[in-house]
Design a protein around this ligand. Structure first.
Ligand SMILES: [Zn+2]
Length: 402
């Protein structure tokens, strides 16, 4: 199949005017100006007309489990109170509720042009009952807040689930020790030993900083009251806890969600790391919680790979990465549109270890494509970010129903 469009945005070279992409067996086998491609290839032509064709978007941090919690949890002043509130809401969900929620989340993600999602799930055992319509990296969310005795068993059980789930070609897996305040050092250590990818929440809130650095505050009090061993508090920041638990060697396979709270010492530590971790920033969830400003410029300058995610609908209105790009643009005016688009294409692909095969258009890459109308004004990257409708979507060479 030859897909023709006014502009092909490859993300690894200049845009191609009146371009075409040749798709075969789920992959892209050729790309170039339409006239050139047509002279060397035959096949059905799908002419998208005045549209920009670009790689499908990649959501670097999401919890489809909580699609059903949209608008269910009021914004609370205290992050700790919000955690208590979502825990209360989660306790009422049945396995069927989770299945429905995840499936609705997939459907919504596609409607917004997302073709790959890094999805944390607290119910990995429902995986055999799911057929993800988009590329999914499943991260089993692991928690052992009351003690590390079961860390090995928790990791072994998650691994077994992924082994038995027979993940399709469109899926991969990793582990998500939830956060340094809910997952023990042992749980992090076992997870990093076994998993090809790691994701975790670090330094999301001021209360987490207060807990680890000062051994004080509402999160400290709450976790102490439920029986967490608090002897790791009062010494280090959340980032320092994370770095100590994961170790330098595993940082390149680690996606850190949030990282809103950093001290000068934290920045110095990041500067000295031999290889960096990746960061998933969730602009609208960040706005919902009114967290401290995200240190985008400093982290970028230190060579950290920054990606965007939606987080869950317990702290966001929808799963649109276009809306995340617009919120980011408002948060950081002056960042060029190309760099913003990279944060939902090439950057998350790199974080997933799929650099060069996802998030770009070129021979040998996955045929995950979206198209959005473009007027040909030359400002097509801004037009893409401003897009609010339903894009044309292809995943693994298959056009999805519109
Ligand atoms: Zn999260």
């Amino acid at each position: 199949m030859i897909v023709r469009a006014r502009t092909v945005v490859t993300m690894n070279g200049p845009p191609i005017e009146d371009g075409a992409v040749v798709v075969d067996a789920g992959r892209i086998i050729d790309v170039g100006p339409f006239a050139d491609v047509q002279s060397r290839r035959s096949g059905e032509v799908v002419d998208l007309g005045d549209q920009a064709l670009l790689p499908g978007l990649i959501n670097a941090h999401c919890h489809l489990d909580y699609t059903c919690l949209r608008a269910q949890i009021p914004r609370l002043e205290s992050f700790t109170d919000w955690i208590k509130s979502i825990n209360g809401a989660k306790a009422k969900l049945s396995p069927d509720d989770y299945l429905k929620s995840i499936n609705e989340g997939f459907a919504e993600a596609i409607r917004f042009g997302t073709t790959t999602v890094c999805n944390l799930t607290s119910v990995p055992h429902v995986l055999p009952q799911l057929t993800p319509p988009i590329r999914t990296c499943w991260f089993a969310e692991l928690i052992d807040v009351r003690g590390a005795e079961r860390a090995n068993d928790i990791v072994a059980r998650a691994f077994q689930i992924f082994e038995h789930a027979r993940l399709t070609q469109k899926s991969c897996w990793g582990l998500a020790p939830h956060a340094p305040f809910t997952a023990s050092s042992e749980l992090y250590r076992r997870s990093t030993e076994i998993a090809p990818l790691i994701t975790t929440h670090v330094a999301e809130s001021a209360e987490e900083m207060q807990m680890f650095r000062d051994a004080a505050g509402p999160l400290y009090d709450f976790l102490e009251s439920i029986g967490r061993d608090m002897s790791d508090c009062g010494n280090r920041t959340p980032l320092q806890e994370f770095l100590q638990r994961v170790g330098d060697r595993c940082l390149p396979k680690s996606i850190v969600a949030h990282l809103n709270e950093m001290t000068e010492r934290d920045f110095e530590l990041v500067r000295g790391l031999p290889a960096k971790f990746h960061v998933a920033h969730c602009p609208r969830s960040h706005e919902y919680f009114r967290h401290a400003p995200f240190a985008f410029a400093r982290l970028r300058q230190l060579g950290v790979n920054i990606c965007l995610g939606t987080d869950s609908l317990a702290s966001n209105q929808d799963l649109s990465l276009f809306a995340e790009m617009r919120r980011f643009e408002a948060e950081f005016p002056g960042v060029p549109p190309l760099e913003i688009l990279q944060m939902v294409t090439v950057n998350p692909a790199r974080a997933m270890g799929r650099e060069g095969s996802l998030g770009v258009i070129g021979p040998g890459t996955a045929a995950d494509l979206i198209a959005v109308p473009c007027a040909g004004t030359g400002e097509f990257l801004s037009e893409i970010i401003a897009f609010t409708e339903r894009p044309w979507v292809m995943v693994s060479g298959r056009c999805l129903e519109q």
